[in-house]
Design a protein around this ligand. Structure first.
Ligand SMILES: Nc1ncnc2c1ncn2[C@@H]1O[C@H](COP(=O)(O)OP(=O)(O)OP(=O)(O)O)[C@@H](O)[C@H]1O
Ligand SMILES: [Mg+2]
Length: 333
């Protein structure tokens, strides 16, 4: 009897994990639908790996439970869960050829011979390494090794793929390339992905939904556009790259107003904020400024060289303004 694969929502229900007196996971609950690309985003120490390891079965929560469809898997052994895992450091077997590395999970499951050969070839094809099966890991680049790790994680057709910062060791260009490939792979195999990163750009561009974590809790869960446009609090806004939080005395309204550097612009005399340029950096066609207000607030704004009539220099006084549609109000707390 086979469970209906469509019923296999992963449901994490109120899990807690303590190390001594330290609470690494605090009442974490989340449902991940089959085929979804969910990202756990948060600063170092926020509990991302602990949550992923609990789902994988390497960590047992103190309370709460984890369901896969109707099945309680909270204490099921990792190998019984049929989840693929990709860790940060590749963790390939150095003495095994690429195809042997990829075949390893099949071997563990008693799958050998022609069926195994076919599955390995398909997995290597999916990650673009069809011609590298006879090499050893040391004969591959970092990005290629990461792809072998991916092939090894998907070769046995897992229910779920768990990825813990799989691209963090790679340079920016390779990272971008593999981000695109991961998305393509996700579409091609229709597998559920739970992806850990602390890179907000990566999270925004890849995910169906993002769970932002802080101090062992999920502080906001939503689609990338919802998080970007309606961060629930200052922490989420800052983590998603909002640079400026304007206090009441500058805005004349209650609470804080969050304004991105890209939405704060040079104004004529009518600008609502006066500041003095303290720093400027050229980034291609854009200049990124830091300016100080009289009351000691540091502000960031950008200027596009293409439509700049005047390029303010260090120590120059400027006035700045923003449009209401680009500002997000927050309670001051
Ligand atoms: N075995 C352990 N014993 C004690 N404390 C632990 C243990 N494992 C994790 N922690 C603590 O739990 C917290 C969460 O750790 P976790 O590895 O989940 O963070 P993370 O969000 O993955 O961080 P990073 O981005 O640095 O990988 C950290 O403060 C960590 O020090
Ligand atoms: Mg981690």
């Amino acid at each position: 009897m086979h469970a209906n694969p469509n019923d296999q929502t992963l449901s994490v229900q109120g899990i807690n994990k303590r190390y001594g007196t330290f609470q690494a996971l605090n009442d974490v609950g989340i449902d991940v639908k089959r085929g979804e690309f969910l990202t756990l985003l948060g600063p170092s120490g926020s509990g991302k790996t602990t949550l992923l390891m609990s789902v994988a079965g390497f960590i047992q929560p103190d309370s709460g439970r984890i369901m896969l469809g109707a099945q309680d898997i909270t204490f099921a052994a990792p190998e019984k869960r049929n989840f693929g895992m990709v860790f940060q450091g590749y963790a390939l077997f150095p003495h095994l050829k690429v195809r042997e590395n990829v075949a390893f999970p099949l071997k563990m499951r008693g799958i050998r011979g022609a069926a195994a050969t076919k599955s390995v070839a398909e997995a290597l094809e999916l990650v673009g390494l069809a011609d590298k099966g006879e090499r050893y890991p040391r004969e591959l680049s970092g990005g290629q090794q990461q792809r072998v790790a991916l092939a090894r994680a998907i070769v046995f057709q897992p229910h779920l793929l768990l990825l813990d910062e799989p691209l963090s060791a790679l340079d920016t260009q390779l990272r971008g390339q593999l981000q695109t490939e991961l998305k393509r792979l996700h579409r091609a195999v229709g597998l559920t992905f739970i992806y850990v990163t602390h890179d907000q750009g990566e999270a925004l561009s890849m995910s169906d939904r993002i769970a932002v974590m802080k101090d062992g809790r999920i502080v906001q869960l939503g689609a990338p556009s919802a998080l970007y446009n309606r961060p629930a609090n200052r922490f989420v806004a800052e983590f998603l790259g909002v640079e400026n939080f304007l206090p009441e005395r500058l805005t004349g309204r209650q609470g804080l107003l969050a304004v991105r550097a890209s939405a704060l612009s040079l104004a004529g005399k009518a600008g609502r904020i006066s500041a003095r340029v303290s720093d400027l950096d050229y980034h291609g066609a854009e200049i990124r400024y830091t300016a100080q207000t009289e009351c000691g607030l540091s502000l960031r704004f950008n200027l596009s060289l293409r439509d700049a009539a005047h390029v303010p220099q260090e120590n120059e006084n400027v006035t700045l303004d923003w449009q209401e549609k680009d500002a997000l109000p927050f309670p001051a707390a």
